[in-house]
Design a protein around this ligand. Structure first.
Ligand SMILES: [Zn+2]
Length: 73
């Protein structure tokens, strides 16, 4: 069995950013289904993406995998 040493590093970057769906308002305007011309009164609903907070937590995981370079690969 070949023993191959591998080095794997993992780093997590966390940040908070403004929700792009509602623009940070936490609520979005929803027109009734089928109202393509937006003639009816829209209702104000809680943003499904940020659930009303107007902010999103973003977690980016970066994985670095170091392994020996082999010419035949
Ligand atoms: Zn939102």
């Amino acid at each position: 069995m070949e023993r191959r040493e591998q080095k794997i590093f993992q780093r997590q970057n966390r940040s908070v950013e403004v929700c792009g769906k509602c623009g940070g308002e936490g609520k979005i305007l929803v027109w009734p289904e089928g109202d393509l011309w937006k003639q009816e009164e829209p209702t104000l609903e809680v943003c499904p993406l940020c659930e009303g907070s107007g902010l999103l937590r973003k977690t980016v995981t970066i994985t670095t995998d170091l392994s020996p370079f082999r010419r035949e690969e």
